[in-house]
Design a protein around this ligand. Structure first.
Ligand code: FES
Ligand code: FES
Length: 874
């Protein structure tokens, strides 16, 4: 059924037919071509990405019926006059108030409304006004700066010009900032192609069931449906995966579903609504079977094999150095306990989306937002049974990922639909589908026993780690391996005896998420340090200082550290803040952190880049890693600028398969390390030509190749003369201070970035990570029952909002990394490695309770965030 509506959109009267059940967000995006409104959680109305002004009032349009708009004035960013648009974009650009940018147009429109209503809003009132917005990247710090700057500008103040100085160390404005702020930067779901079809998927409602029959007849009979694909339509290989080919693109009749994100069918139809309707009409007959949900049960002898391609033990890591049992027996002090961490959702704001379109030359053009587009390409080609050259793949820089876009979700199904229909197909997941499908952060049970001598010097660690990797392998084995490798953290531990296990279950798969197992290990480890300090009569900072690694010491994996060990610099950086807080009588927590930069562990890693000089004098900078808001494209340009002396505006970053720049996933804090080295290699060649007197006009059409690799790391446990598990590490110390109610009031985060290539982007990474770490510590959890998440509501997932954020002070220290580009190393993950542990430390000082389970929902700090504490009148 349809109905007529009429409204004024950005000053123009619009009259149109809308479908019953359509949201006004759909109307704006699909019928009016407005792209500044985005779908982050439709129809929940809780992320703020779809904000528009309705008769001057901010409204989330995904939760609004089109009939509500009847007769009203609707304003989006597109309808503001040019001066106001420029002013808003300039405020966010100058403050670096954006990362991936998916949430920003909604926030930018809110900023206009805030500053129109109140020319001098306080920071608190801005945070309050942003309560209906979520940002997963920035930690809100620089967003609040942007709104304050906008208000100042409206009062007659000046917005500083964006930094255009692209040299290393300068806060060069993020490339493409103004367009991103205004919603002009297209994300995958903004793609519109002629005759494009829309896709949808049918997912399993069961964590485990046998598929007896898949009947697509009702779906196919729906008018507008062009194709319903099932396992039977896959031309070549159904099973894919990052490390093991254990994950089928479709579950076939006769096979079992293994989790609630398994795909039974994919539909292509003339519009998204019809595709979704048809996907719901696919009739699947199941024989429901009891799932295995406990990883310990999965590893019992004789347990049922969960995934037919692999035994239930997905990964097993052993690290043994010295004699831990004897050292513990001889220790002056010993602590032990079992810590439990939770499953959490990445909650990148942009749900997964892919577009596949047949090309005139017979190739398939894929637009994806994956964290490793060449891995996507390989897997799609394998499924279709075509050479990889038949797939032209292009990265559309994505709206956040944090590890959650490493595995494919719907790339294969989208490609198959385009292949079968020979038409362009776009498939975008709903928020619920996104949460059901992609891998999560591992819940890990950690049993730790740790000892020290009477001076507080660590003697030994004995540990047992068990992680729930869910239904598919993803990179679960590597996550537990990384947790094991970092189990001793930033400390000298001479005797180690530990084992880590990753197990299959029928829960949602767990894979990469920012920190990659290291956060979990630090939660247990740092608590042991606090407790040992207590027993040894030492201050918490002091015990860390006494044990902090230095050049020449042995890291947890057995690697002797030869360079760039910045942990002591970060400890010194926080010391005055820590001591001042103690003097003030505050509860203050402290934790150190270390995170590898580069995958290491014997993996050969590549960085590849190409600089292509265009006829117009601009240079396209190709590389193989994914820009997902972390600012990698911008810092790669800065390295090219530093090397060539050309202005930043000369360079246009791009990621696609024009060249074979396969570097694997953008993971392990390695994009800057490897991409940067490759760019320097290419830029050095260009520089030589420029130094020889050639101009860019002379060089038009020239391609400069940049290649680098890391081949000297050794596998964990390898019997080699020289253990070098990782090229380099990021180091950090964080201090968390509570107020008198036990709420988190201030976080001081000191981080060693090797060399800070862009201070604005670098501090933004840390601020955003601290926000994620505080949520991890206190409120975030994806609880599942019978393998199904109990909620898909953003509010219930516990991600912190602007009002929940304490003051965050980032201190960047530099301990240059000789193997890094101009001394740099990655900072993408380390920002939240110590956070939960530092919060637990502060809470223990506050109320004497050592919390060993995440999230620490019972704590006053968490209760304050859900509005239950302190009690009124306190
Ligand atoms: S998409 Fe409307 S609030 Fe999230
Ligand atoms: S910048 Fe806010 S979600 Fe990425």
């Amino acid at each position: 059924m349809t109905m007529q509506i009429e409204f004024i959109l950005n000053g123009t009267r619009r009259r149109m037919e809308v479908r019953e059940g359509e949201s006004f967000l759909d109307t704006l995006r699909e019928r009016c071509g407005i792209t500044s409104v985005k779908s982050g959680c439709s129809p929940e109305g809780r992320c703020g990405c779809c904000l528009a002004l309705v008769n001057g009032q901010p409204k989330t349009t995904c939760a609004m019926s089109p009939t509500y708009a009847n007769g009203k004035h609707i304003q989006t960013l597109e309808g503001l006059d040019d001066d106001e648009r420029d002013e808003i974009a300039a405020a966010f650009t100058a403050t670096a108030g954006l990362q991936c940018g998916f949430c920003i147009p909604g926030i930018a429109l809110r900023a206009k409304h805030i500053t129109d209503e109140d020319p001098s809003p306080s920071r608190e009132s801005i945070a309050k006004a942003l309560d209906n917005h979520l940002c997963r990247c920035t930690g809100y710090v620089k967003i609040l700066d942007a709104v304050e700057l906008l208000a100042e500008s409206k009062r007659g103040g000046m917005i500083p010009a964006p930094c255009t100085d692209g040299r290393v160390g300068q806060p060069l404005a993020r490339i493409g900032s103004p367009d991103t702020v205004l919603g002009l930067k297209p994300f995958v779901d903004d793609t519109v192609l002629p005759s494009m079809l829309h896709g949808a998927v049918t997912l399993s409602p069961h964590a485990r069931a046998k598929v007896l029959r898949i009947d697509t007849s009702r779906a196919l009979a729906l008018p507008g449906v062009k194709c319903v694909a099932t396992a039977a339509d896959v031309p070549a290989e159904r099973w894919n995966g990052m490390l093991y080919n254990d994950w089928p693109a479709f579950i076939a009749e006769g096979e079992e579903v293994r989790y609630v994100g398994d795909v039974l069918a994919a539909v292509a139809a003339v519009d998204r609504h019809t595709a979704r309707q048809a996907a719901a009409l696919v009739d699947v007959t199941y024989e429901v079977l009891p799932p295995t949900l406990d990883p310990a049960e999965a590893l019992l002898p004789g347990a049922r094999q969960i995934n037919p391609q692999h035994a239930n033990l997905l990964g097993h890591t052993v690290i043994q150095r010295g004699d831990a049992a004897a050292a513990l027996a001889a220790s002056a002090h010993v602590v032990s306990g079992t810590w439990q961490t939770q499953r959490i959702e990445h909650l990148f704001l942009e749900p997964e989306s892919a577009v596949a379109a047949p090309m005139p030359d017979g190739r398939l053009h894929m637009r994806t937002q994956g964290q490793g587009i060449f891995d996507d390409r390989r897997q799609v080609a394998r499924m279709l049974g075509v050479p990889i050259e038949q797939i032209f793949i292009e990265l559309v820089p994505n709206g956040g990922a944090f590890g959650g876009k490493e595995d494919m979700t719907i790339q294969a199904q989208t490609a198959l639909l385009a292949h079968l229909t020979q038409a362009p197909v776009k498939l975008t997941l709903s928020r619920e589908e996104s949460i059901r499908m992609h891998p999560k952060r591992h819940p890990i049970t950690l049993q730790y026993t740790m000892g020290c001598d009477k001076e507080g010097r660590l003697t030994a660690l004995k540990a047992h780690l068990l992680g729930d990797s869910g239904a598919y392998g993803s990179v679960g084995a590597k996550v537990l391996e990384r947790a094991a490798g970092h189990a001793c953290g930033a400390y000298r531990v001479p005797n180690v005896d530990l084992e880590a296990f990753a197990a299959y279950t029928n829960n949602p798969p767990c894979g990469a998420m920012r920190g990659f197992g290291v956060n979990q290990a630090h939660f247990a480890l740092e608590a042991c340090l606090d407790e040992l300090a207590k027993k040894a009569g030492l201050d918490r900072w002091e015990i860390r200082w006494r044990n902090a690694l230095e050049v020449g010491d042995t890291f947890g994996t057995g690697q002797v550290l030869e360079k760039s060990v910045g942990i002591r610099k970060t400890l010194l950086a926080v010391k005055p803040h820590y001591e001042a807080a103690l003097r003030e009588g505050r509860a203050v927590g402290i934790a150190c952190g270390v995170k590898n930069s580069g995958i290491g562990n014997g993996v050969v890693e590549y960085g590849k880049a190409r600089l292509v000089v265009g006829e117009d004098g601009r240079i396209t900078l190709y590389n193989g890693f994914t820009e997902m808001g972390q600012g990698m494209s911008t810092v790669l340009v800065q390295l090219a600028v530093e090397s060539t002396g050309l202005p930043a505006s000369t360079f246009v970053p791009k990621v696609d398969s024009t060249f074979n720049l396969d570097c694997g996933q953008t993971t392990g804090s390695r994009g800057t390390l490897l991409g940067g080295r490759a760019v320097l290699d290419a830029a050095g060649k260009l520089r030589r030509d420029l130094d020889a007197g050639r101009t860019l006009a002379d060089l038009a059409g020239t391609v400069y190749e940049g290649e680098t690799s890391i081949r000297d790391t050794t596998a964990l446990g390898a019997k080699v003369d020289k253990i070098k598990t990782h090229t380099t590490f990021g180091w950090a110390t964080q201090v968390v201070m509570l107020d008198t109610f036990g709420r988190v009031d201030r976080v001081v985060a000191a981080h060693d970035a090797g060399r800070v290539l862009n201070p604005a982007l670098c501090s933004g990474q840390i601020e955003g990570a601290v926000q994620m770490g505080l949520g991890y510590a206190l409120t975030e959890e994806l609880r599942c029952e019978d393998g199904m998440p109990v909620t898909f509501k953003l509010r219930d997932l516990g991600v912190l909002r602007a009002q929940d954020m304490p003051t965050v002070e980032v201190i960047l220290v530099e301990d240059p990394e000789p193997e890094g580009p101009m001394g740099a190393k990655g900072v993408g993950e380390i920002g939240l490695v110590p956070t939960a542990a530092a919060v637990a430390s502060a809470l223990e000082m506050f109320d004497g309770k050592r919390r060993m389970t995440l999230p620490m929902k019972d704590s006053p700090a968490a209760q304050a965030m859900v509005g239950c504490y302190p009690p009124e009148g306190a």
